[in-house]
Ligand binder design. Structure first.
Ligand SMILES: N[C@@H](CCC(=O)N[C@@H](CS)C(=O)NCC(=O)O)C(=O)O
Length: 219
């Protein structure tokens, strides 16, 4: 059976967990305690950059959430989460990359700033991200039009966290409608951290940022 190394509070590992539920693929979940166990040699042997998620399926062993999602969707064709048409596939990948490269960094910056206000530069950047996602949705129910795809899963594991951090999406009509729709899905609800866990995740992110700053000053 598939083995997924993950942590229930990791929005990046959540992408894979959520996709497994949507595709109704049975799996064996292994929680990695990210308060230190990720640096132990037996975990580093399967995840050299000490990250979750990791997927092990027979002799296939994968890190990197986007690669894992591609593998799952092609290896298990039921409830497909990837469009076939080239333009649809490229759009899905474009949205995935924008969320991964542009949006997640803003999320970390907001959690780290806690109660201090964000710089104008960061606010502008976040607005550009939300405007982009809003435009990509247009009148569609999902990024792929009327069908959920991997872009929805990646965006849906990330964007609703901004609302939980007090950032309103109200001015982005398509994105707000899409968010409400996504949050109704049982697989979204099953993988969504409760409030206590969410507070714990924020503290964990702040510690990670401090750890990286310490590493940089030592280097
Ligand atoms: N590019 C990787 C990033 C994975 C990642 O950053 N995972 C975080 C949790 S959200 C992690 O495992 N952090 C533990 C650490 O860096 O020590 C992916 O997409 O899978």
């Amino acid at each position: 059976m598939l083995k997924l190394y993950y942590h229930p509070l990791s929005p990046i590992a959540r992408r894979v967990w959520w996709a497994l539920l949507e595709k109704e693929i049975p799996f064996n979940p292994v929680i990695v305690d990210l308060r230190g166990k990720q640096f132990e040699p037996n975990f580093l042997a399967i995840s050299p950059f000490h990250h979750v998620p990791v997927l092990v399926h027979d002799d296939v062993h994968l890190i990197e959430s986007l690669a894992i999602l591609d593998y799952l969707d092609h290896q298990f064709p039921q409830n497909s989460l990837s469009p076939i048409a080239p333009a649809g596939l490229a759009k899905m990948r474009m949205v995935q990359m924008v969320v991964t490269n542009e949006v997640i960094t803003q999320l970390v910056a907001i959690v780290n700033a806690e109660n201090q206000s964000l710089s104008t530069e960061k606010k502008d950047h976040l607005e550009t991200c939300f405007r982009f996602l809003d435009e990509q949705l247009g009148e569609g129910d999902y990024f792929g039009g009327d069908r959920l795809n991997l872009a929805d899963i990646i965006t849906g594991s990330t964007v609703p966290l901004f609302s939980r951090l007090g950032i309103s999406l109200q001015t982005y009509e398509s994105l707000s409608r899409w968010q409400a729709r996504i949050m109704e899905r049982p697989s979204w609800q099953q993988t969504n951290p409760n409030d206590d866990d969410f507070q714990q995740w924020k503290r964990w992110i702040q510690l990670q940022v401090k750890r990286r700053q310490r590493q940089r000053t030592r280097a």
